[in-house]
Design a protein around this ligand. Sequence first.
Ligand code: NAD
Length: 407
Amino acid sequence: MMQRFDEAARLMGLEESVMNVLKVPAKAVAVNLPITMDDGSIRVFEGFRVVHSTLLGPSKGGVRYSMDVNEDEVRALAAWMTWKCAVVNIPYGGAKGGIKCDPRNMSQGELERLTRAYTLSMSEIFGPDTDIPAPDMGTGQQEMAWIVDEYSKIKNQNTWAVVTGKPLILGGSLGRVEATGRGVMVSCRSAMAKLGMNPTESSCVVQGFGNVGSISAKLISMLGVKIVGISDVSGGYHNPDGINVEEAMAFVKNSASRSLEGYTGGRKISNAELLTLPCDILVPAAMEDQITLENASDIKARLIVEGANGPTTAEADPILQEKGIMVVPDILANAGGVTVSYFEWVQNRLGYYWTEERVNRRADRVMKQAFDSVHGTAQKFNTTMRLAAYIVALDKVAATFNIRGKF
Ligand code: NAD
């Protein structure tokens, strides 16, 4: 994150003093939470919340439950959220939170007590006008429901807008589940138009078949693009004649392992082979660090749309650029999720709920405008879409910092 930040800042001639402000988080809180476990013992969990910036509005960012959580990682992810919100032009700053824990080995009761304790400890930071958490790795609708309930109890009033990614019944938004994949599709469609690619003559490979990967594959195939490869943790599946994505989704839903294990709609290959398959579009939508110094030169696609966060390493970027591959970067391509989170917050504050059609239409517009703005910036600075996305974001945040004034 810092490497690309520095490069973009240099390219756009960002003043050093402003750069130093935006490099560090505005606030970082670390807590230790004693929780009674089901066996009666007491365990202490480390929790973090880092607010990188509130220059554009209340800070926004997920809460991660994982044994790998540490303050450094949370700080980087918080800054990433600032850039992502700024790129799609929604009135939010960036934040991230996390608890060092292994949610798969905790009971529902233990997770509930931990989530409520975390919410209480962060109750002076969280707030609809200050800092709005959301789900991330290891957390989902249930944790958001506990956060909204605990926070509402502390404040003595129902405060739906304090968190997004809530269940529909508790003020969630229609369209949220599909939002990230939908934004990936809109980014892909916009990029194809710029590159003069005809969807019905193009093929696509998608890595990862969870929320983002499967929805992206489904919606991209609905553009007329042939999906020739899909994959998940069980491996890759290649079919040059085209994969029926809805059938594959139904397969996963009905399989005992909830994965593509045993899927026969394509020839089984490895995830490494999948990334270098012949295709026009590659959508990495699984995890970070997949396109690297080792495999970047073997990639055949001419367009990469980053559904996952950080799927391309900084060292791979120049290789892709050299090969003339257009990369729609993560902070733009997967920002459909945070955009609909923003719509959820807007609906909570209005007390009026939109139809799915309205959510989708508005989200598509936001994504299209963001794509065009980044593409225009890439041309102006004669640089990559990734650096252009950082330039768009940095420019907005820096200009806001300057106009707001300082001590
Ligand atoms: P998910 O857990 O629903 O799906 C992850 C998928 O990746 C699964 O199909 C899993 O089997 C697969 N996978 C895991 N390890 C793999 C490997 N080694 N090789 C290939 N596939 C592997 O997660 P998700 O919500 O779809 O998130 C995917 C990525 O998108 C993450 O990087 C996440 O940070 C990012 N993202 C998600 C959202 C969102 O709204 N869900 C928003 C922005 C960014």
